[in-house]
Design a protein around this ligand. Sequence first.
Ligand code: ZN
Length: 220
Amino acid sequence: MGRLKYQRVPVTPFRQNCMVVSADSGRAVVIDPGGDVGDIVSTLGGMHVEAILLTHGHLDHAGGADELKEALTARQGEAVPILGPDIRDAFLLGTICDQAAAFGLQGMRNVEPDKYLEAGNRLTFLGETFEVRHVPGHTPGHIVFVNTAEGCAFVGDTLFRQTVGRTDFAYGDAEGLVKAIRTELFSLPDEMIIYCGHGMPTTIGEERKHNPFFPAEAPQ
Ligand SMILES: [Zn+2]
C-alpha cells in the first residue's frame, strides 16, 4: 500500500481534478485530462505515460484527452491509448466541442477512445490492477477505477465529500446514482481513499457516516 504517487492537477474553469498517478519507475497514467494540457504535461515532466483513462464523457473530464494523447504520442514515439468510459457515454464524447462552445471554452476536442471499458474489466498499469466498476446516474456510462492494493479509487463525479454528482441533466438519474454508489462504492472498505472529480479527497468510511444522501448508512 502506498507505492504510487498521486498528484491532483485542477483543470478547466470547472477546477476538475485531473489525476497523475505515477510509480518510481518514472511511468504514469493520467485520469480525466479535461483541459489545460500544458499544466498536465509539465506535471508529468519526463514520465512515460502508459494510458489516459476517462471516467465519463463530460467536457471538464475528457476535453483535453485527444490533445494530450497527441502530445504524448509524439514525445514517446508510440500511441498512448485513451481507455474508457463505458460506451453509454459515447454521445457525450462526440459532442464535447458543442458542450465547450456552450460555455465559451476554446481548444477542447471530441474524443474517440481507443477502447471503451465496462464493469468487471481489470486493467494493469504501473504494476497495479485497476478494477472498473459502472456507477451510472451522473452520466449513463460513468465508470470508476478501484485499486484495492493501494487502497484508493478514482470516482469522477459520482461520490463527493458529503454530496453526490449532479443529476439535473436530461440523461441524469438521481435514484440510479444513489443506488449505484450504495452497491458499487459502499461495498468498498471504510479506509479506502476516494479521489473525487472536484474538491478534496475523502474516504468511504467518512461518506458512509456523514454523507446526507445516505442516511441509512449512518450509525443508528
Ligand atoms: Zn461530470
